[in-house]
Design a protein around this ligand. Structure first.
Ligand SMILES: C[S@@+](CC[C@H](N)C(=O)[O-])C[C@H]1O[C@@H](n2cnc3c(N)ncnc32)[C@H](O)[C@@H]1O
Length: 340
């Protein structure tokens, strides 16, 4: 049991309670609502497609403040059911009321897994379920359960596609600041902490200039068909250096698509796109590589929910770099990370 889990148990709270509690305060919803890449993508996907929403019954999985439910109602949905386990749902109910949408939106407090909808099937499921590195928080499990229970045959998922990508970056300065720091803390060796720092991927915004390879897709999800088991994956990758440079880390990000729209709409959380609150995920390598334009880094990345807490992720990256000349060393590593 981790220290955090022990503390939670002492307080009589489970990781579940903590998870939902984290969505109870308006602060986290402010951050999500103000992420206009995110919120405008959902708004446009829904409101620019009234022909898909008109007279339809919609389920909003994890409705939070109710923003997506209200977009659906404005797009002409006959009725929207917004479900959320966290306390923010009481605000969602008030917001729906004062916006005069309570005749078309029903908000229900409860865990999606436990509640019984007042209808047997819905035509469309909308949900904003993505976490860091796409899968952190494992909320997609809940959306898939809702799909299997409630989506009518031929029904639509908003969004319905997602993919994860990997590349490499030059990041000497920040790697030194985050990891090298622990080698000498006011004259003391802090390597016991350094070992843990290596293991935790860093969620941060990376400048596009730092990316020095092409990118490679490591997971592609079709939300209309994917099964929960497929979210634990192991994928080979091959990336090619796009200039002579040093590699200090791998970088991952995700893209999301609403392909059911009349004009398919997507957004990216990658370093070549506008900032989102998901940023990107940095996996520092233990060794630094000296790469030349056109050389390959080949590897495998595996990811699965952690046994200690299914909302956390265990991610392994193994890679092999064979330089084209003999002056530089072949580099191979097997690295394990925990997103917690
Ligand atoms: C990322 S927020 C999105 C909120 C809102 N849909 C939006 O776009 O602003 C996810 C929400 O889903 C809720 N949630 C996550 N898992 C849930 C579950 N199993 N049952 C009910 N609500 C859940 C959380 O409490 C949180 O409010």
């Amino acid at each position: 049991m981790s220290q955090q889990e022990a503390q939670q148990q002492e307080n009589g709270l489970t990781a579940q309670d903590y998870y939902f509690d984290s969505y109870s305060h308006w602060g986290i919803h402010e951050e999500m609502l103000k992420d206009d890449v995110r919120t405008l993508s959902y708004r446009d996907a829904i409101m620019q497609n009234p022909h898909l929403f008109r007279d339809k019954v919609v389920l909003d999985v994890g409705c939070g403040t109710g923003i997506l439910s209200m977009f659906c109602a404005r797009a002409g949905a006959k009725h929207v059911y917004g479900i959320d386990m966290s306390e923010i749902i009481h605000k969602a109910r008030e917001i729906v009321n004062i916006n005069k949408l309570s005749d078309r939106i029903t908000v229900i407090k409860g865990k999606m897994e436990d509640i019984q909808l007042p209808v047997e099937k819905v035509d469309i499921i909308v949900s904003e379920w993505m976490g860091y590195f796409l899968l952190y928080e494992s909320m997609l499990d809940t959306v898939l359960l809702a799909r299997d229970r409630y989506l009518a045959p031929g029904g639509l998922m908003f969004p319905d596609r997602a993919k994860l990508l990997i590349a490499a970056i030059e990041d000497a300065e920040y790697k030194e600041e985050k990891i090298g720091f622990w080698d000498d803390v006011y004259g003391f060796d802090f390597s016991p902490i350094k070992r843990d720092v290596w293991k935790e991927p860093l969620v941060d915004n990376v400048d596009r200039i730092a990316v020095n390879t092409n990118s490679c897709e490591i997971l592609s999800i079709d939300l209309t068909t994917v099964k929960k088991e497929e979210l634990s994956f192991s994928s080979p990758f091959e990336i090619t250096a796009t200039r002579n440079d040093y590699v200090h880390a791998f970088l991952a990000w995700f893209d999301v698509e609403f392909s059911a729209c009349h004009k398919p709409l997507s957004f990216s959380t990658g370093p070549f796109s506008r900032y989102t609150h998901w940023k990107q995920t940095v996996f520092y390598t233990h060794k630094d590589l000296t790469v030349k334009n056109g050389e390959y880094i080949r590897g495998t990345i595996s990811c699965k929910p952690a046994e200690r807490n299914h909302r956390e992720l265990d991610i392994d990256i193994s890679y092999n770099f064979i330089p084209k000349d003999e002056e530089r060393e072949v580099v191979s590593e097997e690295l394990s990370y925990r997103m917690c």
